[in-house]
Ligand binder design. Sequence first.
Ligand SMILES: Nc1ncnc2c1ncn2[C@@H]1O[C@H](COP(=O)(O)OP(=O)(O)OP(=O)(O)O)[C@@H](O)[C@H]1O
Length: 471
Amino acid sequence: MKILQKKGYKVERPLNKGSYGTVVLAHRLFRTNRYKDNKYAIKCIKKPSPTFLDEVNILRELSRYRHRNIIHFVESFEDHVYYYVVLEYCAFGDLYECILNDDFPNAKNQPEMIKDIFLQVIDGVSHMHSLGIYHRDLKPENFLLSLSNDGNDLVVKISDFGLACRDEISHDFGTGSDRYMAPEQFEEVDDMGYSPRSADIWAIGICLLNLIFARNPFTYPNERDPIFADYVLDPMTLFDVFPTLSQDTYEVLRACLCITPEKRSLEKAREAVIAVNNWTTDGEELESLVNEDEEFCPSNFLFDENIVRCTQSDREPLRTPSLLTPAATTQRGLLPSKLQPLSDLDENASVVSSPQSPISLNAVNTSDRSYDSGLGESLNNMHISKPTAMPVNTKRSPYSCSAPAIVFPNSIKGNKDHLKFGRSWCDLDEEEEDNLSFDSHDDFGAPNELNARDLGLADDWNVLSQWNDNA
Ligand SMILES: Nc1ncnc2c1ncn2[C@@H]1O[C@H](COP(=O)(O)OP(=O)(O)OP(=O)(O)O)[C@@H](O)[C@H]1O
């Protein structure tokens, strides 16, 4: 605990909590010129951690070939309880929170902003891939937001390399976050493994839909999710799920969300993004009304204090989850073993509706259904019986409207112990939240108004309070 002080850092406040650690904001007691405001984010990972060494090695390499869209690594050290990873601090939090807080002027009014953000995402991912590094857990929570040195631009930084790998082919099925996993990454369909490179491209396609619609298309990429099942049969069903999806956006998705992994392409995605005029169809009407003076300007967004909120930990799902159905608890072996690569988003592929999959046979007209991709309400709407094999936690998720949540495991037991799951939105269950108790400690810099439920950080924060005791 004294190690932070010894290394010259003073903790100011907790920033957020992920599956593997708590992240705190700290400043250096002796100033360096490295970062102008002398602030750092320190990720504190409780020991033992199977991913720490890999994460730090990958961060080191990425920092050697520094790229503006990848988080910069400063140093790492450890004591007997924690590993500490010191990173550049991103003052504008993560993309998840910005989407959730509606911090961005929405897609229809500000197409240039979405374009700018998504092109930065593509740049960061391309750079990482050019170094043979694959992230495997790309999601809005892992895109941090910062300011350019001149203070004029919003800069996206890819972070959290805890599940990253260098394998061209991976056999770590189920690694990542369900809603962002590519179908071939979600579960083993053959012994060929999957390409983490292609899986990353799938994930950013989902992130794009998050950015535009603040919703997830699929609960998980398996035909047990009826929306995904329909998508496999005919990708144009996305127009039913997102009725205002523009053709321009669909062109970008064609490059990212192909069922056949080899057909996904960052380059094609980039070209399609550059060509986008409108992300949604309702933007078309508004376009003529938008005054030229009101065109997208990052600094307008950045310095409006009413709009920008920094990192918070009271995460809620972008979509309204009806039933959380984690991959690890859906008895992978019972799931349909092979996805039929019926209708990739490929120019050559037929988009003519194919016969419906068994799971969607009883589905009502897709245009009538809820946009929620969860299996709760939407299943009720569709008269599809809920799978009984799934273990259900009858406690309500703090974020769910009506459906019970399922406890989400961080890893899979048995011979899949090595598999790692990043938790995504709304995966924190009520019990965990209730267990948090927290006292604010203004004697070491934490504002009084912080509380456990707001922060979701209690246990670690209580420990953190001791770290500065000797400061
Ligand atoms: N450098 C940083 N600057 C500002 N905030 C940060 C920084 N690094 C992390 N955070 C905040 O902490 C959160 C958790 O960090 P991170 O994703 O690295 O942890 P994790 O335990 O690996 O999480 P998970 O695997 O669940 O995504 C981020 O979503 C972000 O809100």
